[in-house]
Design a protein around this ligand. Sequence first.
Ligand code: AHG
Ligand code: MN
Ligand code: MN
Length: 334
Amino acid sequence: MGQFPLTLSRFIIRSQAERPSATGECSSLLNQIGLVGKIIAHDLRRAGLINILGTTGETNVQGETVKKLDEIANDTFLRAFQGGGLVCALGSEEMEQMVLLPENCPQGTYMLLFDPLDGSSNTDCNMPLGSIFSVLKHTQTDRPPTESDLLKKGIEQVAAGYLLFGSSTMLVYTTGHGVHGFTLDPGIGEYVLSHERIQIPQRGKVYAANEGNRHKWPSGTQQYIEFLKTPDSAAGRPYSGRYSGCLVADVHRILLGGGVYLYPGEVDKPEGKLRLLYEANPLGMVVEQAGGRASTGTMRILDIEPKKIHQRVPLIIGSQGDVETAEAFIQGRA
Ligand code: AHG
Ligand code: MN
Ligand code: MN
């Protein structure tokens, strides 16, 4: 008889027992994220049959075309948390302003930032998708939160992680005590521990970048990618290119096997494409907790003082050694 499944709920209770200071609130929040993942996965697994592919015809605050699944995923997060008790504010890639809970709702102490559906260009071709979440604590409990309360550095996150809708559905998170991965067993409707205390290799042999943008990159970035492709068997080069169009899927591969993902700054767009509060910060916390590094190319992601809720940053993330080499090229020190 196989070992009894260690479910997300049991794992959280066990971890909580090890840290008396932890309140149950963050645990309930993580369980609710798990439920959101089950509901989104349920939609995605048959998306081509229930008329939820394609676009809504709208454009979001990012200036991007909104896919029906972006909206569905966003609504799922909102409905999961607007019932109250877990959070007091919600910030989403798909919503221009932060959403407060109605006054008459029990207010939680946490604020949740999320990218409800990451990798939206993959929705209609059945490629990997994800959701990314970042948990902050509202410390000024004498008043409701304002947008500026969301503008906390990544080092202030109390929890962070992602859902990966790949060949299986996974929930990967950290509360600052290591990174743990759970695989959804649809047969029992539970997330079961499958990757305890993930550690990212010091270096990998994979790089993920959209080389279609190569002509827009500064020379240091171009030189780094050329360096990765230059054969040197002693150094394990050339690296293999692996780019899925979904940040969560590419970072997950790198978290487990090592390597580096880059969405770098461009000559005419030095801030790059990815968003700090609900993409770079949460994935930065996860990767650092696994022993890796997350940088803009010139500074640590988690040290950035946010100025705006939808602020973009360049992102170089993955194995410590690989990100440090990328920084050396980008800073002209290589
Ligand atoms: P989102 O779908 O939430 O906008 O995120 C897409 C991001 C990231 O997931 C992916 O790695 C990158 O954008 C792809 O961008 P390009 O299509 O420009 O390569
Ligand atoms: Mn995204
Ligand atoms: Mn998105």
